[in-house]
Structure formats: C-alpha cells, structure tokens
Design a protein around this ligand. Structure first.
Ligand SMILES: [Zn+2]
Length: 343
C-alpha cells in the first residue's frame, strides 16, 4: 500500500461568495467529513503552508498579486460575474497554492509516495495578470514552476481532466518545452479555449495537447483519449513529476457540465497516470482539486481517486471498448501533433 499525503484544512472554508455560488465552502466541508469517516492504510493528513509572494510571482505579476490582496480588503469584490473575493480570500488563496506546494514537497522529500491537495479556490483558469472562472492564483501552474525553478526538475507533466479547459495553465506554459500541458474538456464550452490546434508556440510547440470533447462523453471516451493520444505522448516526454488538475465537474451528476464520467472513470485515469509516474519518475505524482460542484459526486470521486493512489500499482489496465465520440478529436489531435511525437 502506497503512502499518500492528503492536504486538508478547515481554513479552506474562509472564501465564500455570500450568495448562491457553486464554488462554495461546503465542497471542502464535505471532503473533510469524508476524511473523518473513511480511511485507508497508508493515507495521512498534512496541514498546508501558505505560499509566499515570491512563490506566487513564479507565475503571476507582482502588481497582480498586490491587486488581489487589495481587492480582498473590500466587503466583497467581483473580478467578473463568476469570480469573487471577500476579506478571507487572500489568505485562503495563499493556502491553496501552498497546499499544492506542501503536497509537492512531501513527495519530493520522500515523506509520501504521492499526494492529493484538497484545496480551494481552484486555479487552472487564473492567468498571469487576471482572475477568472472562480480562480485567483494558478495553484498547479505555480507548483510546476516551483518544481522546475526551485527543485531542479526539467520536465513536468500537467494532466487536466476538469470539465473546463485550463486556459490559465495553458497560457503560462504555452512557450515552454519543460511543461507538457494536457487537457481533456467539454468543447465548445467555458472558457472557449482548448481547440485541437492550440499546441504551443516557439520552444513550446507540441507541448500543449488539447482534447476538446463534445458534450455527453463518458468514461470510455476519456479513456480512448488517454490510450491513443495522451499516454503515447507522455511516455515520450518522460515526465520527472506528474501533476493532475483534478476537477470533478465532468462527473455525470455535476450541475455545470454535460459529461458523464463516473468514479470508475476517475479510477481508470488515475491508474494510467500512476503507472506513467512509476515508469518514468519513481511514482512522483500530486493531484490538486480544481472544480466539482455536486457534493456527493465530489466526495465519492475524490475518495475513489485516493483509493487508487494507494493501490500497489500492478493492477490491470483494461483495454477500452467503445469511445466512438472521441474518435474524431483523437484523429485530429494525432494529425496536429504527429510531427513532434511520431504517434
Ligand atoms: Zn471546471
């Protein structure tokens, strides 16, 4: 049984809209209740540390960081109709970034084999100079930059299975060959980016991989994308660390999207990424929570992911049957990316 660090804290409840909003404190409260009632061998909890300003500026402009801090002095500040801050938000956002860094440090330091940071607010829409899509700072992107700049790694893979395209993460590494950013998302959909022809630029050309799937896709569609597009590229990239932007809003029960992924789908995706990490980087893998707005689906799916992170690693990876809805997207993506990866 593998040791998995779970980063969790009640302090993540201190960011709230004050009106009905899907990205709400109850998401973390539900996960804390889940952790209090379910347990598996090898799993242990860690408290997050706050990120420093220097860490935030690995991905964000210093002027933007001050702007967010200033915005949090208001009773409530709206960055856009979806994205808010209240007085507790800045500290909570520092803890969200720091939670993912805590997870990365636990894995790099050998305290844990892998880790899951149960943080909020989410991060993958946050740009260098802009909050959007419920996100203030880009938690996972900062963790990737931290691994490269402070911990000496050269290649980091980010797999983003959130319902939405992680435009912020893509943008931050669009010209980098050190970060392989891979996203499977509903398309066309918010935020509008993530088309198959967005593959990176300059040095980074070929290091952004988008699988924009039509509404209604289920486990078998996602897994076809993994087996025919993502895994062949990932094994050639040979990451030294695997980060998952783990959003659960692609779950069948989620109120925001129209995908039909189940707990078994998250297990199967996790199994593939865990196997990749075992094969290329001693199992170094950290998942970080992004979206997921149905509380039951969120708790059950996070738990399914945590259980899979603990399994020994010799479980069978089943061949996928079906997945026809993904075929066209896979074909187009392979066509665009073939010259970089010889697929
Ligand atoms: Zn999302």
């Amino acid at each position: 049984m593998f040791k998995t660090a779970v980063i969790a804290d009640r302090a993540y409840l201190n960011h709230y809209a004050g009106y009905e909003h899907p990205e709400r404190p109850e998401r973390i409260e539900t996960l804390l209740q889940m952790l209090a009632t379910r347990h598996r061998e090898g799993m242990f909890q860690l408290k997050p540390r706050p990120a420093t300003t220097a860490e935030l500026t690995l991905c964000h402009d210093a002027s933007y960081v001050s702007f967010v801090e200033g915005a949090c002095a208001f009773h409530r500040y709206q960055f856009d109709p979806d994205t808010y801050a209240v007085p507790g938000s800045f500290a909570t956002a520092l803890l969200a970034v720091g939670g993912v860094l805590t997870a990365v440090e636990a894995v790099m330091g050998g305290q844990a084999h892998n880790a899951f940071a149960l943080v909020r607010p989410p991060g993958h829409h946050a740009l260098a100079r802009r909050a959007m899509g419920f996100c203030l700072f880009n938690n996972v992107a900062i963790a990737a930059a931290y691994l490269l700049k402070h911990l000496g790694l050269r290649r980091v893979m980010i797999l983003d299975w959130d319902l939405h395209h992680g435009n912020g993460t893509q943008d931050l590494f669009y010209e980098s060959s050190q970060v392989l950013y891979v996203s499977i998302h509903e398309f066309p959909f918010y935020p509008g980016t993530g088309a198959v022809n967005e593959i990176g630029r300059g040095e980074g050309e070929g290091f952004t991989v988008n699988a924009p799937l039509p509404a209604g896709c289920a486990d078998e569609d996602y897994l076809r994308v993994f087996d025919e597009l993502i895994m062949p590229i990932a094994y050639k990239f040979r990451p030294e660390f695997v980060l998952i932007s783990a959003g659960y809003d692609c779950h069948a029960r989620d109120p925001l999207g129209y995908m039909r992924v189940t707990e078994q789908g998250f297990v199967a995706m996790t199994r593939r990424l865990k196997r990749l990490a075992e094969d290329t980087c001693q199992g170094r893998l950290v998942a970080a929570l992004e979206g997921g707005y149905d509380l039951k689906a969120l708790a059950d799916s996070v738990w399914a992911t945590l259980e899979e992170l603990g399994r020994d690693g010799d479980e069978k990876i089943e061949a996928v049957k079906g997945g026809r809805r993904a075929e066209e997207v896979i074909e187009k993506a392979v066509f665009k990316l073939n010259r970089f990866w010889q697929l």
